[in-house]
Design a protein around this ligand. Structure first.
Ligand code: ATP
Ligand code: SF4
Ligand code: MG
Length: 327
């Protein structure tokens, strides 16, 4: 299948009073047409920062943006902002930002909020309104919701509005940043079903960001694992779930509670490291059980950054892992 998005060596650093936060530090991956790639990692691992990088929406204290992003062969990370806004954002790559349903303005009509980005891009008012109503219908909401206010809607309905906004300009790629995290279990399941329907209907490719591996498994064709600003493993979903290879991924998988076993939950001791002074070598080494146990890894894992190694996998996508155990 065809590569839609080719992300190469991207970095995004923030400046803070305490130092430079290396939130996304040299990450590469590809997204195929029609594929759903889940990006999984603990809080603070850089998932939202990566999402912001892809749609070029970031805070003012960003001190470094680097690397290349190709959308169907065309570089988009460094193209003029004016061109990116006119051609790419919303129209080719759209995002459902983290916690965005809370960002709806309670006293501005849904229709006005939905059409605003399109109007800014030069779409006519009537056309934008029609696109908004079509999108509302696609997400299972009434067309006349455009005349209502967010404060009149439930959380689940607000999230549907946000999803409608993301698809209304018919993008190819939709980035979903924790799209169900604030919702109750039933509403969460409904939204997951909606995402599946939309993916099929609009032939979308998704980047699905979550800290929840079992949620990812419902939607993902492929899974990428982030740890402390780095991508540590990526592969077809089947390879990641049946043959997790990075020690961090293994820890994550064994922390997923299952209904059938009553085994005690294992978890990964230690904390997510600071991204201002990340550990040298492999950023996971202070928490890695293999590093602790195996003498030959001393002076290696703590000093040299592990290279990406290709493993044998079943999926069509390469199974890659950044760990000295496989070199
Ligand atoms: P979560 O699961 O909690 O949403 P995340 O994986 O999305 O976490 P990010 O929000 O990308 O993580 O944050 C990555 C790191 O960058 C964190 O250490 C965070 O504190 C830091 N960070 C994020 N935004 C900024 C900012 N504007 N200025 C400084 N540091 C930031
Ligand atoms: Fe553990 Fe070393 Fe692999 Fe890092 S590179 S995960 S410290 S074995
Ligand atoms: Mg986040």
């Amino acid at each position: 299948s065809m590569v839609l998005l080719d992300v190469r060596n991207v970095k995004l650093y923030y400046t803070t009073t305490k130092g430079i936060v290396k939130a996304v530090d040299n990450i590469s991956f590809e997204l195929d047409e029609g594929e759903t790639l889940a990006i999984v990692g603990e809080s603070g691992s850089g998932k939202s920062t990566l999402a912001k990088l892809l749609v070029r929406v970031w805070e003012r204290n960003v001190s470094l943006v680097d690397g290349e992003i190709y959308l169907e062969g065309k570089e988009i990370l460094h193209m003029p902002e004016e061109e990116f806004r006119r051609e790419i954002r919303w129209k080719r790559i759209a995002m459902v930002p983290q916690a965005s349903m809370n960002a709806l303005n309670p006293v501005i009509k849904i229709g006005d909020q939905m059409t605003e980005p399109l109007l800014l891009q030069g779409t006519g008012k009537d056309e934008a309104l029609k696109m908004a109503m079509d999108a509302l219908e696609s997400v299972g909401l009434p067309r006349d919701l455009v005349n209502r206010y967010p404060h009149q809607l439930s959380g689940g309905m607000k999230q549907r509005v946000i999803i409608a906004m993301s698809i209304m300009a018919h993008p190819k790629v939709v980035i979903l940043d924790e799209p169900t995290s604030a919702l109750d279990v039933i509403t969460q399941a409904n939204i997951m079903n909606l995402l599946k329907k939309l993916k099929w209907e609009y032939k979308l490719s998704y980047i699905f960001i979550t800290h929840d591996l079992s949620l990812a498994s419902e939607l993902a064709d492929s899974v990428a694992i982030m740890y402390a600003g780095k991508l540590v493993e990526i592969g077809g979903a089947e390879d990641i779930y049946t043959n997790p290879s990075h020690p961090y991924t293994q820890g994550l998988i064994s922390s997923v509670p299952t209904l059938r076993t009553d085994k005690t939950l294992s978890f990964i001791p230690g904390e997510v490291p600071s991204l201002i002074n990340p550990p040298s070598g492999c950023r996971f080494h202070p928490r890695c059980p293999f590093y602790k146990d195996r003498d030959y890894l001393k002076g290696l894992c703590d000093e040299k950054e592990p290279p990406m190694v290709e493993l044998e996998g079943k999926a069509s996508r390469k199974h890659l892992v950044a760990c000295w155990l496989y070199k």
